[in-house]
Design a protein around this ligand. Structure first.
Ligand code: HGY
Ligand code: MN
Ligand code: MN
Ligand code: MN
Length: 425
């Protein structure tokens, strides 16, 4: 091996940008949309086809491929020892209308690092594993990050398997179908030992772009909670029912939603973020008073106490609301803030400095992630950290999601340096 530079530097310098961009375009074809976005929700046939594509790509790189009871996919490049591996990767599933980078970029970046290691003829002490976690988005089956969550704590899986999607299919049925479709892939237990984990991801927000930074050292992930609010009234005729004799579920839901937005506006100083993203109306007819309205709440904040106070407010307004119907709420996802360890942050910073300076793009920017990631669970399991690249206009969970190819290339270079350093510890 070239004595003048370290294996980490040599691998970083072996990253092939053209191969990376082609890999991103190839995966984006699975569920690709005319507007440039991607529709590849977890464990749909499109996702299963994409998984086969990733398995074939990994095998062509000489990787061993394994899966587990949550249909997570692991692509392993052997090391010279049997020590626990270094893990990278992310998720390959997307929002109903997502972009081609959210999650996919981190999986493909890991495979690109393996290709660069092969090109450079570099071996590492520890194996390097690239993972494609199942159901990070949580849009088809809530909550999010089920794959990484069940990997870290398998006792969570039975309850996840009972969750149903909008077509009444359970997550368990979808996982079993995925495992059948990859019956040629050997099965391994959940919760295996991992030495350390690094997830590369797009920022999905505006911070790096506004700071004119090419790379982000992610210090942690903000807390998140998801609720379902259920308003049950009585369906009745839109024309014959006097206004003061209605039990209109939509009127209650809209009143509660309005109070939540007013509350969130008052919390602006704490940077609380409120989203009422999914509404279901029954019977959803122009001329029937809604008998049942459900809506979801996604609420996030760096300060977990703010979310605690939010829940108290939600409890107040859903019990005190003057209304003849029945209003209830259920929390189905809750994660405290995640903090990544200092020694991992300093390694990430060193990696980002080398990549950034070589490209004359300056120093990396430190930031907290507004989005959650599988790394929030891995941080419970082993020393974990994240690297971000900028998102154009801070847009994500939208077909217009985009990152400059040069920034994508830089991110993978920083990842390469980090992984090889960790794999030789
Ligand atoms: O919602 C999230 O934060 C993640 O991008 N799925
Ligand atoms: Mn993501
Ligand atoms: Mn996402
Ligand atoms: Mn993620």
């Amino acid at each position: 091996q070239d004595a003048s530079i370290s294996p980490a530097e040599k691998t970083q310098d072996s990253i092939n940008n053209e191969r990376l961009q082609n890999a991103i375009a190839a995966l984006a074809a699975f569920g690709g949309r005319d507007d440039g976005g991607v529709a590849r929700e977890t464990l749909t046939q499109i996702d299963l086809d994409a998984r086969r594509h990733l398995i074939a790509t990994a095998r062509a790189l000489g990787c061993e491929v394994e899966t587990d009871d949550c249909a997570n996919l692991f692509f392993r490049r052997l090391g010279t020892t049997d020590l626990p591996p270094v893990l990278t990767g992310s998720h390959a599933d997307t929002q109903p209308v997502g972009g081609k980078l959210d999650g996919a970029y981190g999986v493909l970046a890991g495979l690109e690092v393996i290709a660069a290691l092969n090109d450079a003829g570099i071996t590492t002490r520890r194996a390097i594993e690239v993972v494609a976690w199942t159901n990070e988005e949580g849009s088809r089956f809530g909550p999010g990050a089920m794959g990484s969550s069940a990997f870290v704590d398998p006792s969570r899986l039975p309850a996840y398997r009972e969750v149903r999607d909008g077509d009444n299919i359970t997550f368990g049925e979808a996982v079993d179908a995925a495992l059948l479709a990859s019956a040629d892939v050997s099965r391994r237990p959940l919760a295996l030992p991992i030495a350390s984990c690094v997830e590369l991801h797009i920022e999905q927000g505006p911070v790096l772009e506004r700071a004119h930074a090419a790379l982000g050292v992610v210090t942690g992930i903000q807390s998140v909670r998801w609720y379902k609010v259920e308003c049950i009234g009585m369906a009745a005729h839109a024309g014959t029912t006097p206004m003061d004799e209605r039990s209109d579920a939509m009127m209650a839901a809209v009143a509660i939603a309005q109070q939540l937005y007013v509350y969130a506006a008052k919390q602006a100083a704490s940077n609380l973020r409120l989203t009422l993203g999914r509404w279901q109306v029954g019977p959803n007819s122009v001329n029937t008073i809604p008998g049942k309205v459900d809506f979801t709440i996604d609420v996030r904040c760096v300060d977990a106490d703010v979310l605690e106070r939010f829940e108290q407010f939600l409890a107040e307004i859903t019990t005190s609301h003057q209304w003849r119907g029945n209003i209830s709420f259920d929390c189905f996802f809750s994660r405290p803030p995640t903090h990544f360890p200092a020694d991992m942050l300093s390694l990430i910073e060193r990696a980002c400095m080398r990549a950034g300076h070589q490209a004359k793009r300056g120093d990396p920017q430190k930031l907290t992630s507004g989005a959650f990631h599988d790394a929030m669970y891995l941080a419970e399991h082993c020393p974990t950290a994240m690297i971000f690249v900028p998102s154009k206009g801070g847009i994500s969970h939208n077909a217009a999601e985009e990152t400059a190819p040069e920034d994508l290339y830089l991110g993978v270079q920083a990842l390469a340096y980090t992984l090889v350093e960790l794999a030789n510890r």
